[in-house]
Design a binder for this molecule. Structure first.
Ligand SMILES: Cc1cc2nc3c(=O)[nH]c(=O)nc-3n(C[C@H](O)[C@H](O)[C@H](O)COP(=O)(O)O)c2cc1C
Length: 161
């Protein structure tokens, strides 16, 4: 589901090292809760965010394989950390270190997902960009998004847990 039609401007937006961007979603990744920092950095009001799929802020520079891995991890009950470039409403981008976890009910069933995002440390973005560029190049050779995402993930992490 690619809902965003916003054209990236190439600008990168920063946020404070003490700030945390928070969201909670249902089982399908529809946003059910956000904090104020999320709105300020992304440029979307809480009303615009809540009820939207998280792909609202998907940046086209992000390889689909990263999100495939994210969903494989959380749907199987695990946490995941990922460096993610997101797209603001005005076309700027912002990088986050996202920690995404499932939320469980008392019977141990997954009832939704939760993400806390911090500003990445200096140097992490330049370290990850060549890998993401390689993944995008692999994905560009495939028509179907799901096949493309699996191909890039397989190329960089063939024996992942
Ligand atoms: C709790 C949670 C947080 C997420 N955070 C982001 C995010 O910050 N940026 C993003 O592009 N996708 C995020 N996703 C993944 C999206 O649901 C989606 O898979 C991704 O944007 C790729 O879109 P697509 O799968 O429709 O291609 C998150 C998912 C969950 C469950």
């Amino acid at each position: 589901m690619r809902t965003s039609r916003i054209v990236p401007t190439g600008t990168i937006r920063e946020f404070g090292s003490e700030e945390i961007i928070v969201s909670k979603t249902d089982l399908k990744g529809i946003i059910r809760y956000t904090n104020e920092v999320f709105s300020r950095v992304s440029g979307y009001s809480r009303e615009e965010l809540i009820g939207s799929p998280h792909s609202l802020i998907r940046h086209p520079d992000m390889p689909g394989g990263v999100f495939r891995y994210l969903w494989q991890r959380i749907e199987s009950g695990h946490e995941v950390f990922a460096l993610v470039k997101n797209l603001c409403k005005d076309g700027a981008g912002y990088w986050v270190l996202a920690h995404v976890t499932p939320s469980f009910d008392r019977a141990g069933h997954i009832v939704g997902y939760h993400s806390n995002r911090r500003r990445p440390e200096h140097g992490w973005i330049s370290a990850i960009e060549p890998l993401y560029a390689r993944m995008r190049a692999i994905e560009s050779g495939h028509q179907r998004p799901a096949v493309a995402a699996e191909a890039s993930l397989e190329a960089i992490a063939p024996s992942r847990p």
